[in-house]
Ligand binder design. Sequence first.
Ligand SMILES: Nc1ncnc2c1ncn2[C@@H]1O[C@H](COP(=O)(O)OP(=O)(O)OP(=O)(O)O)[C@@H](O)[C@H]1O
Ligand SMILES: CCCC(=O)O
Length: 354
Amino acid sequence: MPKYNILTINPGSTSTKIALFKDNELEFEQVLRHPAEELNQFSKLIDQYEYRKEKIINFLEEKNITLKDLDAISCRGGLIGPIPSGTYTINDSLFTRLSTDVVHASNLAGIIGYNLSKELDIPSYITDPVTVDEMAPIAKVTGIPGIERKSKFHALNQKAIARRAAKQLNRKYDESNFIVIHIGGGISIGAHEKGKVIDVNNVIDGDGPMAPTRAGSIPVEAVIDLCFSGKYTRTELKEYVSQRAGLTDYLGTSDVRDVQEMMEQGNEQAKMLYEAMAYQICKNVGAMATVLKGKIDAIVVTGGVAYSKQFIRLLKERIDFLGEVIVIPGEEEMLALAEGALRVLTGEEEAKTI
Ligand SMILES: Nc1ncnc2c1ncn2[C@@H]1O[C@H](COP(=O)(O)OP(=O)(O)OP(=O)(O)O)[C@@H](O)[C@H]1O
Ligand SMILES: CCCC(=O)O
């Protein structure tokens, strides 16, 4: 049986991850770093398109990968408005959605992927973009008519990791209930009920726990005061709460390993903030436990910070009583992208379109 060569593309704020899969077997994975001095030449994210595309093509050429041998390109999907979970063919209409108002690096994946795929005459896809929306109507209600809570989270990794946990437990994902905690630069905590994420904090717009780079939920009155303080433009304030707040602003680092080192050296503020982050995560887990009415097959912890046994111990102190805690550190986004495309290429699933 011939295998499919699938290129996966997953851009972050300072790097672009690419990987080549033969079906779901990883051939190689590479992080292409984008130093600040190179990114600083672009005033808008969309302007980084050519630069990142060139980096990918140059790297593949250096590795002697013939682009013509690719069968499909699978891309991280970004902020494109609420859509159901699944794999989507990138067509002109999705391309337009991806390229309109690009405020998150993940949108660049599909923009690059679609252009490359047209040159190569192969299909390109996105799977489980950041704005996958399976939230129950009741979870969207706020106290202000016309304002709804939105579903923006690590959908790709949360879903992939929940499926893996289900496998570990010999269960089916769509017959199980999980609380998934993704702890990376941002933190999302999702209530997965029978394969649907019926409630989750909006990790992009400032909802949920304080995170390494993010403010999390802040009392509204203080936010109003900040908006009118004259200290920030609208763009600056948005950038601050989503990129430079949280541990980054308090301690000058978003690296939780640095924070642990500070604690070892007796830094009391670092210890308090580290514990506060764990405390806030647990409080949100408690909320999601009520969303699932206590019927929880497992709580699954993932993301970079899940590598820290010390942090996991802190979480367990408060959430152990709710059920089994499964730790799957890191993320499986590249594999999830390859598998998303593969399900379509093999006919197991029909690609969605918008
Ligand atoms: N062994 C470790 N111990 C503690 N923290 C770790 C360890 N390894 C990685 N981290 C932390 O994980 C965080 C990064 O996680 P991750 O790579 O999932 O984030 P990201 O991809 O940048 O952002 P996001 O997951 O929100 O998209 C950093 O704070 C890093 O310090
Ligand atoms: C949810 C997408 C990743 C992030 O910005 O934290």
